[in-house]
Design a protein around this ligand. Structure first.
Ligand SMILES: [Zn+2]
Ligand SMILES: [Zn+2]
Length: 102
């Protein structure tokens, strides 16, 4: 490794782990560009539960407001804040009408 500025041989600074130029009026040092890993502890605010996977959802006896069918698949989904109750979503097995429980 040579200094890109003055072409002198770079020496490794053991303290920082970076290569530096020792020439007094150069002082080039290789910037490692520290990776700042910001691990945001993000609570899973939205739990997507098997949405769209047809045939795997549990069914329940409920009357569809559209076609009066008495069976619908349902799944639970937590909306926004974790302290809010989970919302139950239904999908009619017959007409595929979707609604949610309020
Ligand atoms: Zn240099
Ligand atoms: Zn229906």
């Amino acid at each position: 490794m040579f200094c890109p500025k003055c072409k002198a041989m770079l020496s490794l600074n053991r303290a920082t782990g970076q290569r530096e130029c020792k020439r007094p009026n150069c002082n080039y040092s290789e910037d490692k560009g520290e990776e700042i890993i910001t691990k945001r502890k993000q609570k899973d605010k939205e739990m997507v539960v098997t949405e769209g996977i047809e045939g795997t959802l549990p069914t329940t006896k409920i009357i569809c407001s559209k076609c009066k069918n008495n069976e619908a698949t349902f799944y639970l989904r937590q909306t926004r804040a974790a302290d809010e109750p989970t919302t139950r979503f239904y999908q009619c097995t017959k007409c595929k009408h979707r609604w949610r429980e309020y």
